[in-house]
Design a protein around this ligand. Structure first.
Ligand code: UDP
Length: 403
């Protein structure tokens, strides 16, 4: 009977699954997990493709990476990770470059053999000549450029990228990719989105800065099965929380990981989101592109990347002669499948109205990428989940026990 649960978790993605695990395993309390989809795991969900036997990520390639020791130790209590390290190539004018930008990218792009200690001067001289070219009447871009590296700290994505890379590398690898991904002028995006990626003046081509990295050996879904394994956790799939909300215990502790505006019935208006669409193709070759992800930063190509999940598991022997690939397209979300929060001022204003409402609710915790409307990586979501459990849920329970 669902009305008996004193702990209710909405959504079985990372935030919900970790909090449910803590409630069941640490508090030893029954917990009800309500999941709208027909599977657990949120956008981390993985499955084995029946034709090729390859483990793939239905909602796009997810690489687990963290420098947070607490989070790393926590996840490894449930599963083992393989030794996969994420390396990406970017296809510009039909040539493949290491990406994000490192010394190999710069040297290949400019046909040089610069040493690490020569990069800074080289980039400075490029920026100088590019400023000169613009004074001569501008090239390519008729709009006045947001200027590197003149006045003040960069205030947007384009300024941030150009101050580090100069115009040519920015336009080749970032500008049009970002327009395809976000469908806004990169000058209207915050520098933080650019700062997700490293820029290196050595030959390190790892996609992440982090200390630990890998893919669950048995796939992400296995991680969720392990998190939710306690018999005290009851998962209801294919269930819309808003349809059964009235049946739940009135004073239950509620953890909600869906979109925050939906929780309040959009009363202040709708937050906007980007979503992704994946076009799947089975290819009659053992290996299609030789890497798990290749980016396509040019405006003429409609997709942003091609994923080939067989490369995510170098430890597995996939013996078949077929591979599966996914072309990724980015589009505005109509409210069904949100992936990326959009960091505009309007959205931030709306968000703070919803946050104020949420802060007034007793025993209701709204968080996760959708609940906080934040571009969290997986490890950040786990960190949030542990923090909510430890600072909000656990203390309340001990008080109840004492009383
Ligand atoms: N980006 C880009 N070119 C690329 C890859 C990324 O311009 O080839 C930009 C884009 O704006 C993107 C941001 O860098 O939103 C962060 O990239 P990341 O790979 O972290 O995005 P995610 O994997 O979360 O989609």
């Amino acid at each position: 009977d669902i009305s008996e649960y004193s702990y209710v978790v909405v959504g079985s993605g990372l935030l919900g699954a970790v909090i449910a695990e803590r409630i069941a395993n640490q508090l030893d309390q029954p917990v009800l997990v309500i999941e709208k989809r027909d599977h657990i795991g949120g956008n981390c969900y993985s499955a084995t493709d029946p034709t090729t036997g390859i483990e793939y990520h239905k909602y796009g390639t997810h690489i687990f990476h963290t420098s947070n020791e607490k989070v790393w130790n926590y996840v490894r209590r449930f599963i083992t990770f393989n030794t996969y390290q994420h390396r990406v190539l970017s296809c510009y004018k039909n040539r493949l470059y290491p990406f994000p930008i490192n010394l190999a990218t710069i040297n290949q792009f400019y046909n040089r053999n610069l040493k690490p200690y020569e990069v800074e001067d080289f980039m400075a001289s490029l920026r100088q000549s590019q400023l000169g070219q613009r004074a001569d009447g501008g090239r390519r871009d008729a709009q006045p450029a947001a200027g590197p590296p003149t006045a003040g700290a960069p205030t947007n994505f384009e300024e941030q990228a150009m101050s580090l890379l100069g115009r040519d590398l920015y336009e080749a690898f970032f500008k049009y990719y970002t327009i395809k991904q976000w469908q806004v002028d990169p000058r209207h995006l915050p520098p933080a989105i650019f700062n997700r990626l490293p820029f290196r003046t050595n030959y390190d081509d790892n996609y992440f800065f982090d200390r630990w990295q890998g893919i669950p050996e048995k796939g992400y879904t296995h991680l969720f099965e392990r998190l939710l394994a306690n018999r005290k956790i009851k998962v209801l799939l294919d269930t819309d929380f808003f349809e059964i909300r009235h049946l739940l215990k009135k004073d239950a502790c509620l953890v909600y990981s869906g979109a925050i505006d939906r929780f309040f019935d959009y009363k202040h208006g709708k937050l906007s989101w980007r979503t992704l669409r994946f076009e799947q193709e089975i290819i009659d070759k053992a290996d299609y592109q030789g890497n798990s992800v290749i980016n396509f930063p040019e405006a003429e190509i409609p997709y942003t990347r091609i994923h080939e999940p067989r490369h995510l598991h170098p430890e597995k022997e996939y013996t078949g002669n077929k591979t599966i690939i996914f072309r990724e397209y980015s589009l505005a979300d109509q409210g069904d499948n949100p992936y990326y929060p959009i960091a505009s001022e309007d959205n931030q204003r709306l968000l703070s109205l919803y946050r104020k409402e949420a802060a007034q609710l007793k025993n209701v915790f709204i968080s996760g990428r959708l609940g906080d409307y934040k571009y969290y990586d997986m490890h950040q979501t786990i960190d949030r989940a542990l923090e909510i459990f430890e600072t909000c849920i656990l203390p309340q329970t001990s008080t109840i026990h004492v009383v």
